[in-house]
Ligand binder design. Structure first.
Ligand SMILES: Cc1cc2nc3c(=O)[nH]c(=O)nc-3n(C[C@H](O)[C@H](O)[C@H](O)COP(=O)(O)OP(=O)(O)OC[C@H]3O[C@@H](n4cnc5c(N)ncnc54)[C@H](O)[C@@H]3O)c2cc1C
Length: 406
């Protein structure tokens, strides 16, 4: 007999937020409230929100998942990190993209793969917002198949020289450093990762305009013409660039999933609020059963997405604690893919339903549902399209022998 109580509780699972988590989440909430009017204004003017860096760095929130050894690193575990990004996601996918790229795709990747010297030199200022990261994998002809990229490096005078073009790079025009992936010149194997200084001669960034959504976020094309990178700025072991990139994408997907849960929460909150005040046929529309159906579905999907997110974050945390376990890595990859896949689709559905509840008042970017509808669409594309996620998840069930490509 383990205990004398009438019932046993042997479960380790807890959905309660601890006191320490509350402190961090309250701080994130406060800063999100501070940034909202700025983000609103930028959205309607369709200009990049350049206040994200100063506002969040002042609150010491740009190194959330980074060890306390480095600068403003907060040492947050993956569940706390996911809950924080969920809160940011409520403010919009444009704002949340900043965190996914700087912290998940880049800081966490440098933390995992970087040398101690690289961490001191690049991670420390990044956590303080003194230096912002971007992640340069995609190219005009290499998206879902990053192995087909053509950016290459040469070695000369003890340095690397990088040449090529990267496309659809978030924060590309504002970042101070970009993680760039390239092959040795003339080869299609042995990909390497590099930390590239965007002020280097030969580096140029150009904003991509007329996007469907994310008007407040910087998305850019990068041009590299024999950009010099010091020998010590190769990231990860030589030839392991693909593993570096894939581990970054895994972190990024967790962050996308969290952001989508935040979008769903905001859509639900907005729909509930509006359904309570908008009167048609003599009563608030929230009393009409077909409107209730939208709200019931949004609420159910939100809980399902949040549970998948928490499971993915828990699994990722276990993997963080045993980074050599290939089994945990694969389990994490699948759990995160499921969370991202489900939350991306469900957030688009939630935004669509929220627009429907708002009627014409949801057909203007003055309303939050309209912005979410335009902005969350990208989550079915970036950091692994829906189709790539479906294949990954299916292979988790079928086994790797069923892979359509390597
Ligand atoms: C706003 C925005 C921000 C971005 N930020 C970044 C960033 O910061 N860094 C970065 O490196 N990249 C970034 N990307 C790029 C993004 O990761 C790619 O767009 C994504 O990987 C898909 O590549 P693609 O667009 O070239 O589509 P493609 O790979 O050309 O795919 C086109 C279609 O074909 C499908 N498809 C492709 N291969 C298969 C297959 N084997 N089986 C079934 N279907 C398949 C896809 O699912 C998709 O539906 C960003 C993109 C956007 C839109």
């Amino acid at each position: 007999m383990l205990q004398q109580d009438e019932f046993m509780n042997l479960s380790k699972m807890s959905f309660d937020v601890s006191e320490e988590q509350s402190l961090i989440l309250d701080q994130v909430d406060r800063v999100c409230k501070e940034i909202r009017p700025i983000e609103d204004e930028c959205y309607l003017q369709r200009r990049i929100n350049d206040r994200v860096r100063p506002v969040f760095s002042k609150a010491h929130l740009l190194g959330l998942p980074v060890s306390r050894k480095y600068g403003d690193g907060q040492g947050a575990d993956m569940v706390t990190y996911a809950l924080a990004i969920e809160r940011v996601g409520r403010e919009g996918t444009g704002l949340r993209t900043f965190f996914s790229v700087h912290m998940a795709l880049c800081e966490m990747t440098v933390q995992h793969w970087g040398s101690e010297e690289q961490k001191d030199r690049y991670l420390t200022p990044a956590t303080r917002g003194d230096s912002i990261f971007a992640f340069g994998l995609t190219e005009p002809n290499a998206g879902s198949d990053p192995a087909s990229l053509t950016t290459y490096f040469e070695e000369s005078g003890g340095k690397f020289l990088l040449t090529g073009q990267k496309m659809w790079i978030s924060l590309g025009s504002t970042a101070d450093r970009v993680l760039v992936f390239a092959y040795p010149k003339g080869k299609k194997e042995g990909m390497c990762g590099f930390i590239v200084d965007t002020k280097s001669p030969g580096f140029r960034a150009e904003l991509i305009r007329h996007k469907l959504g994310l008007p407040t976020a910087d998305t850019s094309t990068l041009y590299l013409d024999r950009v010099e990178v010091p020998k010590e700025d190769m990231l990860g072991p030589r030839g392991k660039g693909m593993s570096v990139a894939l581990s970054g994408l895994m972190n990024g997907r967790l962050s996308v999933a969290a952001g989508c849960v935040g979008v769903m929460q905001d859509c639900l909150d907005e729909a509930v609020r509006y359904a309570g005040v908008r009167v048609q046929h003599g009563k608030p529309i929230g009393r009409h059963q077909l409107v209730q159906r939208h709200i019931g579905l949004m609420s159910t999907n939100l809980e399902a997405a949040r549970l998948l997110l928490l499971e993915a974050a828990f699994t990722k945390q276990k993997y963080e604690e045993s980074p050599r376990s290939a089994e945990l890595r694969d389990a994490t990859d699948i759990a995160i893919s499921k969370a991202k896949y489900f939350a991306a689709n469900a957030s688009f559905d939630a935004a669509n339903r929220a627009v429907q509840v708002f009627g014409a008042n949801g057909y203007t970017f003055e309303s939050r549902p309209a912005r979410h509808l335009a902005d969350t669409r990208v989550t079915m594309i970036y950091e692994g399209t829906n189709e790539i996620m479906e294949q990954k998840i299916a292979l988790g069930a079928l086994g790797k022998d069923f892979a359509a490509y390597s």
